[in-house]
Design a protein around this ligand. Structure first.
Ligand code: GTQ
Ligand code: FE2
Length: 315
């Protein structure tokens, strides 16, 4: 009797499979689980390792060949060759004096954090804005953008894009500018897409004064202008640390000033200027500053919030 049933079930499962179907009670891997899994891994990329490699790329690859001289950071999780965390990719980019990175547009949202070098500007939908160290500049979805170095120094920055989210959801469009560069360009010192380092510092100072202690402070770069990405600047005084917490938002931290360690899920990872720290969803983490530090946090919080999936708690 039981053997008959087993045989009948096997036939049933074969018939499911033949229709590209599977029984919810029969799947080899569950589709639902109690809380976010440890998929993507905590990881730190060190700018000190990257910079000489970017310089070597600068000798071998020009901006004719490479539309962007960028190095993306792929999370070391098995099978991944692109994303830094599930929804966001981060990259380092370098442009040499006299070079131009051609105009294009794409549906992914992007932003840049300038690390080193003066005299480079970006043109976003015809508005030319200088990029200076510590500045954060936005390239919203479908905005034309190009970069040009009219100065005497190599310019290094970090890019963050929601390309992995676009890959997951599929609405990818990309278009090179028909003329290579936008024809009508207006130079601006202030623009809604530019968050200047001086302004960020002043806001962090004001927040530090408001809380009346040397506990870590955070300001949001906003009002939010990218639909999928939230930007926060976090200042941690020397010897201080953030409270351990976890959140469903996937985050990448970039070190704007200072040095310290990240404690992520029991691992201790050192960081210093220009480094990139991947903190995937639901990983308990805190940041400890050895010297006075400022970090940019790039996260998919707006996506989580939009769908009611944002949960954050002490850990
Ligand atoms: O500067 O426009 O790192 O389109 C990846 C894709 C930078 C850019 C990246 C891009 C850009
Ligand atoms: Fe781009």
């Amino acid at each position: 009797m039981a053997a008959d049933r087993d045989t009948a079930l096997e036939a049933l499962y074969r018939d499911f499979a033949g229709l590209n179907m599977e029984g919810g009670w029969h799947r080899r891997f569950p589709a639902l689980w109690p809380e976010p899994r440890r998929n993507f891994l905590p990881h730190v990329w060190h700018y000190a390792d990257v910079k000489p490699i970017l310089d070597r790329a600068g000798e071998l690859v020009d901006t004719q060949q490479a539309e962007r001289r960028n190095l993306t950071m792929f999370n070391p999780v098995e099978g991944n060759i692109y994303s830094t965390v599930r929804t966001i990719v981060a990259a380092y980019q370098m442009i040499k004096p006299g070079e131009t990175a051609r105009a294009h547009r794409h549906t992914p949202n992007a932003l840049r954090l300038i690390l080193e070098g003066r005299g480079t500007s970006t043109v976003v939908n015809g508005k030319q804005v200088e990029m200076r160290p510590g500045d954060v500049l936005l390239t919203p979805s479908w905005a034309w953008h190009s970069h040009a170095n009219d100065g005497a120094e190599q310019c290094y920055w970090m890019d963050f894009l929601d390309v992995p989210l676009v890959h997951l959801l599929e609405p990818m469009f990309y278009e090179p500018h028909p003329d290579g560069l936008e024809a009508q360009v207006e130079k601006l010192d202030e623009a809604p897409i530019a968050f200047r380092w001086e302004e960020t510092q002043a806001r962090l100072d004001a927040e530090q004064t408001r809380i009346g202690s040397d506990a870590p402070v955070t300001v949001e770069l906003g009002p939010a202008r990218l639909d999928t990405i939230a930007l926060h600047m976090l200042r941690i005084a020397a010897g201080k640390a953030t409270e351990p917490s976890r959140t469903t938002a996937n985050a990448i931290y970039a070190v704007v000033r200072g040095s310290g360690t990240a404690r992520i899920d029991g691992e201790t990872l050192p960081w210093s200027f220009g480094d990139t720290i991947a903190v995937p969803a639901w990983r308990a983490h805190s940041l400890h500053a050895d010297t006075a530090s400022v970090l940019l946090r790039v996260s998919d919080e707006p996506v989580m919030r939009a769908f009611g999936w944002l949960r954050s708690e002490p850990a």
